[in-house]
Design a protein around this ligand. Structure first.
Ligand code: ZN
Length: 75
């Protein structure tokens, strides 16, 4: 998967988790806040598992990078 797409989907998951959490906060609903927190954890795992170079497998910190800093291949 292209890193730009990963960043976009990750951002969408982050927004959803924030919205669910804020709604839970506003409604004073603890289960909803927990769901928001769980979606946020999912977001962290998603970013970590997808922020890898498809060629050498090293971690890519910045999704806007055009080339892998480890092996120099185009992302
Ligand atoms: Zn690489």
């Amino acid at each position: 998967m292209k890193l730009k797409k990963v960043g976009f989907i990750g951002f969408a998951i982050f927004i959803i988790s924030s919205v669910v959490f804020v709604i839970g906060l506003a409604a004073e609903s603890v289960p909803l806040m927990i769901v928001g927190g769980l979606i946020y954890i999912l977001f962290i795992f998603y970013i970590i598992s997808n922020s890898k170079c498809p060629y050498c497998g090293n971690y890519i910190k910045n999704s806007s990078w055009k080339h892998c800093p480890h092996c120099g291949k185009e992302l």
